[in-house]
Design a protein around this ligand. Sequence first.
Ligand SMILES: Nc1nc(=O)c2c([nH]1)NC[C@@H]1CN(c3ccc(C(=O)N[C@@H](CCC(=O)O)C(=O)O)cc3)C=[N+]21
Ligand SMILES: [Mg+2]
Length: 278
Amino acid sequence: MGKIIDGRALADKMQLGMAAEVAEMSIKPGLVVIIVGENPASQTYVRNKELTAKKIGLHSVVERLPEEVSEAELIEVVSNYNQNDLFHGILVQLPLPGHIDEEKVLLAITPEKDVDGFHPINVGKLFSGQAGLIPCTPYGIMKMLEAYDVELEGKEAVVVGRSNIVGKPMAQLLLDKNATVTITHSRTIDLPAVTRRADVLVVAIGRGHFIRAEHIKPGAVVIDVGMNRSAEGKLIGDVAFDEVIEVASLVTPVPKGVGPMTITMLMEQTIANARKIQ
Ligand SMILES: Nc1nc(=O)c2c([nH]1)NC[C@@H]1CN(c3ccc(C(=O)N[C@@H](CCC(=O)O)C(=O)O)cc3)C=[N+]21
Ligand SMILES: [Mg+2]
């Protein structure tokens, strides 16, 4: 029987440290979250982010734009925040409505304030071993693995999912720690055979309770990035937690696993950015 990785508790502990750090700073780190339209999943995230930012003592603004806003108008809003010295982090909540080209909008955020790590400059830095801003979900997962003393050197790490936001940057961060990394995806022929090699398994596929006991090597560490709604409207992960924890040594729950750590890393990168110029 494995143990829970308590992302909520680790996030709370790190946030306490950040609050103390911010209280000592000569300037107040500022974060703006720009959200377009009324996507309900996005609303939860934005609300959690706002509460966390306030708790830590950041200057936090949520800029809400109507669903019909044009791409040019959105880019104009972003440009204004690029120039505004009160803000050290800018996040444009994804997904954006279909009439807006996400790539163009991400490109408009100045790479220095891109606390999501989605700008091609930061992506290029991550994949070429240069310091830059890192996507918050994979970054938070690395902090969890570190806090739980999970050994990565030479180990088999398997990432399920190849998104730009989670799968690909996750694989790179694991590689940086000298893990032997495999990325699997929807076309992988024998998924259980590959995931059963994993000492560390990170799952980000967006299919509720898809990963079962049969996918797990005994003693593996399992990280669940999934955020799905069950038929009853409950938030559930990509991993069938109750059966997987019987086989694994450590498993993250959903909620209270990866989610709170994602938000914590957003705060961390905003504070670090503000520090650079204080
Ligand atoms: N530009 C951009 N950056 C993002 O980082 C980003 C985004 N767009 N779009 C949406 C997704 C989703 N996301 C979440 C992060 C934390 C929780 C979170 O805090 N979850 C809590 C509570 C969830 C609940 O109770 O509903 C938990 O897992 O315990 C949720 C969702 C960030 N995203
Ligand atoms: Mg689009």
